[in-house]
Design a protein around this ligand. Structure first.
Ligand code: PGA
Length: 255
């Protein structure tokens, strides 16, 4: 089955809402209609940029899809500083990154909390981008498959097959994030194939429709060889997404 490529920019804590306007105008200038025909292009800015990005996308008809970097699982309540899935859906957010390794490592997010977010995102009509990946120590101990298998099973707990179709998984080996050292295409493809086998165990043939991205030091110079692999359906891009020229170079991996 051929799956539609999905390439997402994870700006992390970069670019205020004014910068987001300049960025999107430049990126829209750099990309052609056929780029958008070929790839889902998702922009995941900080929360404070979302309203600006939504307004620009709607006013200028840019075919970008809007993503958020995080969400709280509850729809409302006494959760000072948090943003609910209802609020994101109102801003035409379509994708939400869930369980990024920085959130797990720096902010103590557990598998259970990640699962609650996945369920909440789906319940509000958005698509989670479910992140998983091993540390260098786990990799060296031969635990990569067990780690991602556990993270994926936990994240999808209670998610039905019909909902799983509306999920994206991002395999992001932690040792490759922001380090300049990407996994080799063969290595990433092997682990992503393993993730798909886990999804097949959970959801049967639906697993063939679920897009699985690779993330970790993706850039214009390595995206083509990654995307050439049969199991890799896209990329979650951090550092190289901060500059519109670089990110356009990643989106144009087929050119
Ligand atoms: P990177 O980040 O591209 O800078 O390695 C990827 C990510 O954290 O999503």
């Amino acid at each position: 089955m051929s799956r539609r490529p999905i390439i997402a920019a994870n700006w992390k804590m970069h670019h205020d809402h004014l910068v987001s306007i300049q960025y999107l105008q430049k990126l829209a200038f750099l990309l052609e209609g056929y780029d958008f025909d070929a790839v889902d292009v998702v922009i995941c800015p900080p929360f404070t940029d979302l309203r600006t990005v939504q307004t620009l996308v709607e006013a200028d008809g840019y075919p970008f899809r809007i993503g958020a970097q995080n969400v709280h699982p509850e729809e409302k309540g006494a959760f000072t500083g948090e943003i609910s899935p209802v609020m994101l859906a109102k801003l035409k957010v379509q994708y939400v990154i869930v369980g990024h390794s920085e959130r797990r490592q720096l902010f103590g997010e557990t598998d259970e909390f990640v699962n609650a977010k996945v369920v909440a995102v789906l319940a509000n009509g958005m698509w989670p981008i479910v992140c998983c990946g091993e540390t260098l120590e786990e990799r060296q101990a031969g635990q990569t498959q067990a780690k991602v298998d556990g993270q994926v099973r936990a994240a999808f707990a209670g998610v039905k097959a019909a909902q799983a179709e509306h999920c994206v998984v991002a395999y992001e080996p932690i040792w490759a994030i922001g380090t300049g050292h990407n996994a080799t295409p063969e290595d990433a493809d092997g682990t992503i194939g393993h993730i798909r086998a886990t999804l097949r165990d959970l959801y049967g043939d639906v697993a063939d429709a679920i897009r699985i991205q690779y993330g970790g030091s993706v850039k214009p110079g390595n995206i083509a060889e990654l995307m050439a692999m049969p199991e890799i359906d896209g990329a979650l891009v951090g550092g190289a997404s901060l500059d519109p020229d670089d990110f356009a170079g990643v989106v144009k991996f087929q050119v």
